[in-house]
Design a protein around this ligand. Structure first.
Ligand SMILES: Nc1ncnc2c1ncn2[C@@H]1O[C@H](COP(=O)(O)OP(=O)(O)O)[C@@H](O)[C@H]1O
Ligand SMILES: O=C(OP(=O)(O)O)[C@H](O)COP(=O)(O)O
Length: 394
């Protein structure tokens, strides 16, 4: 991906900076329920204000499909930022137009404005040139700190970079450095743990990781596609029938490459997808008709914990089971605890795995929790991220 200019490389004093952040935070009843992404953007915002920039923050929230949607406004996110940063944050009602231009022309150095949700404009997700130019006209410099949205080629993440100097913020830089270093010069043994439900989304990353890792641990809903590829019955467990051949080819590729591919050896099964379900622990080749696997079993969890303990670098994406329901949380919890205790450098690839380590109170024991689920996956697949590609080269 080459090296990109960062905001440390440029003069910021008195400059109007269009700073794209990812404030796409979970909300309930108009309140922010997890402020991780807001906190993660603060070092960049502090750096900009301390260097005398006029900080114009832009973000999306949810998927409003190009229309104004009051439930997806950024007012609550702005209030949360003001509280966390201890500074005034002036929230505007739109992201382009006269009101915005006037507010920006009245800004003092070191002050902060937060624009309204950029996805209220249909041009944002279309990477519309006119909208990108309108954003660019508001500022002298574009700072992209929205790692979580860096896999999107949108007007405020990529298009704007065609019109004004474009550099990375501190969070984006750190995410790329940690994930990039992990993949390019890993400490070994290097272990990847892949779980979760979205088999299709993770196939690409499994393929790419097989070229890099020493151990690959598979759990969660996607493991049953591998079980079926091994010839086992899986009852009503989650399966992606059209990916079974691919799973077989991964088992073969792992053998050829000398990668230790670990698949579950036992499993917690349930007679229905419910926390009230009847449950049992069985060997992986003994799932009866009508039952479904909802967690890795205790022997598998112990084996995985062992591999984790003996690794030097670990990347984890996707829970080992339906950890949201207590009877099926144990596998994910044991993996999280082993990650917390290992001496290895531990990287969590965003999304539900980040939620899981927080749930089990070990978030602060991880070395790096990525703020991007989809973005970190695409990065680990070796794909270019448009929000990064668009930035100026060093
Ligand atoms: N065996 C399983 N069967 C069905 N769903 C599962 C299973 N194991 C894990 N899941 C579900 O997978 C979801 C997370 O999947 P995914 O979105 O792919 O992970 P991530 O967000 O970490 O990338 C969780 O909600 C979890 O309940
Ligand atoms: O939450 C996000 O993605 P993630 O859940 O994959 O981390 C980002 O803010 C991107 O949002 P989008 O998937 O609606 O483009």
């Amino acid at each position: 991906m080459g090296s990109k200019k960062t905001m440390k490389d440029i003069q910021l004093e008195g400059k109007r900076v269009f700073c794209r952040v990812d404030f796409n935070v979970p909300m309930e009843n108009g309140k922010v329920t997890d402020d991780t992404r807001i906190r993660a953007a603060i070092p960049t915002i502090d750096y900009l204000t301390e260097h005398g920039a006029k900080v114009i923050l832009a973000s999306h929230l949810g998927r409003p499909k190009g229309e104004v949607n009051e439930d997806m406004g950024l007012t609550a996110a702005g209030e949360k930022l003001a509280e966390l940063i201890g500074k005034t944050v002036t929230k505007l009602d739109s992201s382009i137009g006269q009101e915005v231009e006037q507010a920006i022309s009245a800004m003092e150095d070191g002050s902060i404005i937060l624009l309204e949700n950029v996805r209220f404009h249909p041009g944002e997700e279309k990477n519309d040139a006119e909208l990108a130019q309108a954003f660019a006209n508001l500022a002298d410099v574009f700072v992209n700190d929205a790692f979580g949205a860096a896999h999107r080629a949108h007007a405020s993440t990529a298009g704007i970079a065609n019109y004004i100097p474009a550099v990375s913020g501190l969070l984006l830089e750190k995410e790329l450095e940690v994930l990039g270093k992990a993949l390019s010069e890993p400490d070994r043994p290097f272990t990847a743990i892949i779980g979760g439900a979205k088999v299709k989304d993770k196939i690409g990353v499994i393929d790419h990781l097989l070229d890099k890792v020493d151990n690959l641990l598979i759990g969660g809903g996607l493991s049953y596609t591998f079980s079926k590829a091994q010839g086992y019955s899986i009852g009503n467990s989650l399966v992606e029938e059209d990916k079974i051949e691919l799973a077989k080819s991964f088992i073969k590729k792992a053998k050829e490459k000398g990668v230790h591919l670990h698949l579950p050896i036992d499993v917690v099964i349930a007679d229905e997808f419910s926390k009230e379900a009847e449950t049992k622990v069985v060997k992986i080749d003994a799932i009866p008709e009508g039952w479904m696997g909802l967690d890795i079993g205790p022997e598998t969890a112990e084996l995985y914990a062992d591999v984790i303990t003996n690794s030097k670098l670990i990347i984890w994406n996707g829970p080992m089971g339906v950890f949201e329901m207590e009877p099926f949380e144990n596998g994910t919890k044991q993996v999280a605890n082993a990650m917390a205790e290992t001496k290895a450098y531990t990287v969590i690839g965003g999304g539900d795995s980040a939620a899981a380590v927080e749930k089990f109170n070990v978030g602060d024991k991880m070395d790096h929790i990525s703020t991007g689920g989809g973005a970190s996956l695409e990065f680990m697949e070796g794909k270019d991220l448009p929000g990064v590609t668009a930035l100026n080269d060093n």
